[in-house]
Design a protein. Structure first.
Length: 166
């Protein structure tokens, strides 16, 4: 029961990170990496600002944590992320030796932790990650849906012809 309580608390922190992203034009995906019940890194997407295709929330957090711990081996850590990781991020999670992954919304278009692929469970790799999906799924999904609904509204308004003046 304690693990579930902690997981929810840390996922709430990831959701808070995700909620910051739209204010700077980024897709609301947030991540938090925890070691020994301490948050060692937190962040959200920065792809648009940096024009870096690897600047996903997970990658940002993994880099910060490795720098803070001064090792690429992030053993005994848990990564909380609001959306199921893509193949790039799932690969980085395995390479970083992260012990556990907990994510919010499933990603049927690019998910690599059970939806389309299941990289963390791949037996041919030298490390496997314990994965829990669907924690605070509704909240995670709603953040994304609202962001894209707003973005589509803005795009359709800017692409529609000007309204005639009366």
């Amino acid at each position: 029961m304690q693990e579930e309580t902690c997981d929810s608390r840390y996922m709430e922190l990831a959701l808070q990170q995700a909620a910051l992203a739209p204010h700077i034009g980024e897709v609301p995906i947030g991540a938090v990496l925890v070691h020994n019940y301490e948050v060692i890194a937190a962040g959200h997407n920065y792809r648009e600002i940096s024009q870096d295709p690897t600047a996903h929330a997970e990658m940002i957090v993994i880099r910060k944590a490795a720098e803070r711990l001064q090792t690429w081996r992030l053993n005994e850590t848990t990564l909380y992320v609001t959306l199921e990781p893509c193949p790039m991020c799932a690969g980085a999670i395995v390479q970083a030796r992260i012990a556990r992954l907990v994510f919010g919304a499933w990603d049927p278009k690019a998910g690599a932790c059970g939806s389309i692929f299941d990289i963390p469970a791949e037996r041919r790799l030298n490390h496997r990650v314990q994965v829990t999906g669907g924690l605070l799924e509704r909240e995670s999904r709603e953040l994304l849906q609202e962001f894209f609904r707003t973005k589509r509204g803005t795009l359709s308004e800017s692409s529609s012809p000007p309204k005639p003046s009366s």
